[in-house]
Design a binder for this molecule. Structure first.
Ligand code: TRP
Length: 338
């Protein structure tokens, strides 16, 4: 497994940290493991395995976390021969001397066969303060040539991530993640800014399934997500139209399910509906944990329905490492709508 070594290198000293020491704080996962897996499903092909990592985990300060992260990305770029100009051009925006916010830098690797992954970098729009996060996103988009992109984004409560594809991508994307507090299915259906984008009924159906609002054949009213918020992500791949070419709705399934058995059932329902084979998801869960799915909640952190212009819908499932802790399941009695 060539990639096992890759992951250890990117994680740096954190990879050698004994798991019986308490975790360092990290927003990457609920139990503060600095590693999260995900499977990107497509119809008619095997899913792609990806891993999200925090290279600066345990660096002591957010500023140092960011410096370690940047160094790790540049090392990867050298090793695999890709450029980092886009990232370099944004350094002052996302890496101020006194950064704030929930993260400094994360990177994700698509573990493709052949040993050379595709890389993605996640930056923090609130680095120069939450109040300036919209301005930071607007300026970052502008510097990358997407002058009209900011105006195309939907309203939301805050900008959570600014992400860049680095490396050998056919169509490298710039992605903006927006938090939507108290999102309802009907509102979610209106978030996409992709021209000729996804059908509203499809988004609503995904929302309801992922949030458990269509469980047991019951038609619940359109209640908003009142625990962890849903996220929209718009992907920009060209600057000619000023519009995004991709839209993803992320639902934090773990905060709306009693246990992971339920979360898995919802993921399977979404996959089947869109013609994707759920078997690899089931297998991957037993690869990361030996516990029963009913004995915890949070192994499946998010489900994301991905719409890329001109392609059939895809689904991403985000899978926690649970290296430090398993969140206990909810008792049967707290079922249902709050
Ligand atoms: N842990 C954070 C959250 O739950 C950030 C995060 C990790 C995330 N993986 C994600 C957000 C996948 C969206 C999709 O919000």
């Amino acid at each position: 497994m060539e990639y096992a070594q890759t992951l250890l290198t990117v994680l740096g000293p954190a990879a050698d940290r004994p798991l019986d020491l308490p975790p360092e704080p990290s927003f990457l996962s609920d139990d503060h493991t600095p590693v999260e897996f995900s499977l990107a499903f497509v119809p008619d092909a095997d899913p792609t395995l990806r891993v999200l990592l925090e290279p600066g985990y345990g660096a002591g300060s957010l500023a140092e976390n960011g410096r370690v992260g940047l160094r790790a990305v540049r090392e990867m770029a050298r090793r695999w021969g890709f450029g980092t100009t886009q990232l370099d051009d944004l350094e002052d925006l996302f890496f101020p001397p006194d950064p704030e916010g929930p993260l400094a830098l994360w990177c994700a690797l698509e573990l493709l066969p052949g040993g050379v992954p595709k890389a993605k970098v996640y930056l923090n729009p609130a680095a120069r303060g939450q109040k300036r996060s919209a301005a930071t996103v607007r300026e970052a988009l502008r510097r990358l040539g997407h002058r009209r992109a900011f105006a195309a984004l939907p309203e939301g409560d805050r900008h959570l991530f600014f992400a860049l594809d680095l490396g050998d991508w056919e169509e490298p994307r710039v992605k903006v993640y927006v938090v939507h507090q108290d999102l309802s299915a009907a509102e979610a259906a209106g978030l996409s800014r992709v021209a000729g984008g996804p059908a509203q009924t499809e988004i609503k159906q995904f929302f309801r399934t992922a949030a458990g609002h269509d469980a047991d054949g019951i038609e619940y009213p359109d209640v908003p997500l009142d625990r962890r918020p849903g996220l929209s992500c718009h992907a920009f791949t060209e600057s000619r139209t000023g519009l995004p070419s991709g839209f993803t709705l992320h639902i934090p399934v773990r905060d709306y399910a009693r246990h992971d058995g339920e979360a898995l059932d919802r993921a399977v329902a979404v996959l089947r509906r869109h013609g994707m084979d759920p078997a690899p998801l089931v297998r991957s869960l037993s690869a990361v944990t030996s516990r029963q799915l009913q004995d915890g909640v949070g192994l499946i952190a998010y489900l994301g329905l991905v719409h890329q212009q001109g392609r059939p819908p895809r689904m991403n499932a985000y899978i926690s490492s649970e290296a430090y802790a398993v969140r206990p399941p909810l008792p049967e009695a707290v079922i249902g709508m709050s």
